[in-house]
Design a protein around this ligand. Structure first.
Ligand SMILES: N[C@@H](CCC(=O)N[C@@H](CS)C(=O)NCC(=O)O)C(=O)O
Length: 289
């Protein structure tokens, strides 16, 4: 056991914890500075970044547009969480939890935060698209949606944090969360061995919530831990991952608010459907030089 720690009687915030992201971690909520959010021309205003939680929403919006729901047109504004933009007063007004993604529906004046809440809101707004209405399928869809929201923090905040971001590699937490990460992948693998999609025969919001997290994991892209977690073992998750990755709306959705990776895959902000052709970073950066 390394670095034995005896907690004091009362925890105090007297130093940064170290590690990646330490500068944005605080034990208090609320805004750190005044900053209004920009508002564009479309009914839906999204404030986000293309992390797995952000991609859930842009995939859903692109899927709705692909189905012909023009009311799902959106402006996607970039929120740089590494720079603390989630603590601006305008952002905190629409998400008091200061985390992306957050959305404003200008047609209802409602704020929507928490990715699963956003996907349910959108599904219900657009004729229950991707949210089955039949009781059994709807229940399974919600079962897996809530499963994802409860499970991913152990994967990201638990495994990812200790494996990739913590200032030192410690065996106990890495073991604890690698075990949980593999257990979750096995839960998915067993289910997908017998079902085409998470809720059954149809592609639903449960898949859109889950794919950005565990799809990238079985591609070996989460925390560079593909080999460590032996992700090749989860063959049914791999089959499902590929099926969803082939969808054009998914391919567009994952580009929005993306600030890393190949330049042609980065659309920092999306204000028009044509932006995918004209405003990716490979087209903008030469002009900016
Ligand atoms: N349960 C939330 C999680 C959102 C979340 O953790 N967002 C992260 C990025 S993936 C964030 O904004 N972090 C900034 C911070 O913690 O200050 C959801 O599903 O929307």
């Amino acid at each position: 056991m390394q670095d034995e720690y005896t907690p004091p009687k009362v925890w105090t915030w007297d130093r940064e914890s170290g590690g990646d992201w330490a500068s944005i971690n605080r034990p208090i909520a609320g805004a750190t500075h005044d900053k209004d959010l920009p508002v564009g021309k479309h009914p839906l205003q999204l404030y986000s970044l293309a992390t797995p939680n952000g991609q859930k929403v842009t995939i859903m919006l692109e899927e709705l547009l692909a189905l012909g729901f023009d009311g799902a047109e959106y402006d996607a504004w970039l929120i740089k969480i590494g720079d603390g933009e989630q603590f601006g007063s305008g952002f905190v007004e629409i998400n008091p939890n200061s985390k992306i993604p957050a959305m404003l529906d200008t047609t209802t004046g409602l704020r929507v935060f928490e990715s699963a809440s956003i996907l349910m809101y959108l599904a219900e707004k657009f004729d229950s698209a991707f949210l089955p209405t039949e009781l059994k399928a709807r229940t399974e869809c919600l079962n897996w949606s809530f499963w994802l929201q409860g499970s991913a923090p152990y994967f990201g905040g638990g495994f990812g944090h200790f494996y990739a971001y913590a200032p030192t590699k410690q065996e106990y937490p890495i073991n604890r969360f690698a075990m949980e990460a593999k257990r979750q992948l096995d839960v998915l693998d067993r289910h997908l061995a017998e079902h085409e999609y998470l809720a059954g025969d149809d592609y639903t919001i449960a898949d859109m919530l889950t794919w950005p997290w565990y799809g990238r994991t079985v591609r070996g892209e989460s925390y560079d831990a593909g080999e460590f977690l032996s992700v090749h073992e989860y063959e049914h998750v791999i089959r499902w991952e590929k099926q969803i990755a082939a969808r054009p709306a998914v391919q567009r959705g994952i580009m929005v608010n993306r600030t890393s990776g190949p330049l042609e895959g980065q659309l920092h902000e999306r204000h028009d459907a044509s932006d995918f052709e004209t405003k990716t970073q490979d087209k903008l950066e030469p002009a900016e030089k």
